[in-house]
Design a protein around this ligand. Structure first.
Ligand SMILES: Nc1ncnc2c1ncn2[C@@H]1O[C@H](COP(=O)(O)OP(=O)(O)O)[C@@H](O)[C@H]1O
Ligand SMILES: [Mg+2]
Length: 338
């Protein structure tokens, strides 16, 4: 670019010199005027052309500087040379367009995600709602007269209402966690005691499936720092999943604690169906369930692990999974100990 620019400038200067010299010589040889006048004409026309060229180039230069300054708002434009601006402008334009392409990709992905999310929410809410409608209709159409049917259907309605309640509660929690509204309130607590409370809460559920909840060894008091209620929620979600996905009877769900430098590793282990490598990448997404048929038998909305992930994110920690199909799964995370 610069080469083109200086080449045109040189040609313009040489041409102007030749023309002015030629005009002056012509006037001088024709002898119509004094030589002094010819020289004056030569000088005037020569300088006029030069001044025009300088003004023009200065304008171009100023315009480019101004464009450069406006577009990129850089102060150092004063020191840069024209080809540098141009190189940098094209570099910046390339960068900007790459950035825009990336932004469009992210927005498209988000839009797809949002659409999928809304579809999932509506699906999750519709299922228990339709059940309730069906049961109510049966009762209204005469079922209410029969005590047995009445009891059975009211019970089912009650279960569907519970399910709706859980989904709405989980959705509330997810949206609060995602909007960053929930602030974690870290304090020190005994993680063994918290886990024991979770075991007490889920004992009956586990027993119904022939599952024993246990620690891998005797623990006393392990003090950690975190938000007690939220960590309790993490433990509930992980233990519920372990119970739910332990297929076999007479099996165990085991919680273990391991010292790791400043941290405690907390692990929930089951001998259940396991999760494939492919699904392990996705189970922390909202509504993702390995069981694509969305089998109601095991319940769940597919929000549990997403909530776990958010809560641990807020603690600056990660949830990890190790699992083998048919052998079982271990979900583990860390908390700072004191
Ligand atoms: N311990 C586990 N063993 C096998 N699969 C599991 C386990 N925990 C979670 N999963 C799989 O991950 C999916 C997502 O879990 P989660 O978010 O808790 O949803 P939900 O339990 O409501 O289905 C489950 O549907 C299940 O397929
Ligand atoms: Mg779950």
């Amino acid at each position: 670019m610069l080469k083109k620019y200086s080449f045109s400038l040189t040609i313009a200067v040489i041409t102007s010199c030749i023309i002015t010299a030629f005009v002056s010589l012509l006037i001088f040889y024709l002898g119509s005027y004094q030589p002094i006048i010819s020289i004056a004409v030569f000088l005037i026309s020569f300088f006029t052309i030069w001044i025009t060229i300088i003004i023009k180039t200065a304008n171009v230069d100023r315009k480019i500087r101004k464009l450069y300054h406006n577009v990129f708002n850089l102060k150092r434009y004063k020191e840069a040379s024209i080809p540098e601006y141009i190189d940098e402008i094209s570099e910046q334009v390339t960068l900007l367009s790459q950035q825009k392409v990336k932004e469009i990709d992210v927005l498209t992905e988000r839009e797809n995600y949002r659409r999928e999310f809304l579809g999932n929410v509506s699906h999750e809410l519709k299922t228990p709602l339709f059940s309730i409608q069906g049961f109510l209709l049966t009762l209204i159409e005469g079922g209410v007269e029969d005590e047995k049917i009445r009891y059975k259907y009211l019970n089912r309605i009650n279960k569907s209402v519970d399910r709706l309640g859980y989904i709405v509660k989980d959705l509330d929690m997810i949206s609060e966690l995602e909007s960053g509204k929930i602030q974690i309130a870290p304090k020190s607590f005994n993680i063994v005691a918290v886990t024991q409370e979770v075991f007490d809460l889920l004992e009956i559920k586990a027993q119904k499936q022939g599952i024993t909840l246990q620690f891998d060894e005797e623990y006393n008091n392990i003090k950690v720092i975190g938000d007690l209620e939220r960590i309790q929620q993490v433990m509930v979600n992980l233990v519920v999943n372990a119970i739910k996905h332990s297929n076999k009877d007479n099996t165990t769900v085991t919680v273990s604690f391991k010292n790791e430098n400043q941290n405690i590793q907390i692990a929930v282990h089951d001998n259940g169906q396991g999760i494939s490598q492919e699904d392990q990448q996705r189970i922390f997404e909202r509504f993702y369930r390995v069981d694509k048929s969305r089998n109601r038998k095991k319940g769940g909305s597919g929000l549990g692990l997403s909530i776990v992930k958010h809560i641990l994110d807020a603690h600056g920690e990660k949830i990890n999974v190790e699992s083998k199909l048919g052998e079982g799964s271990t979900f583990y995370f860390h908390l700072k100990k004191i």
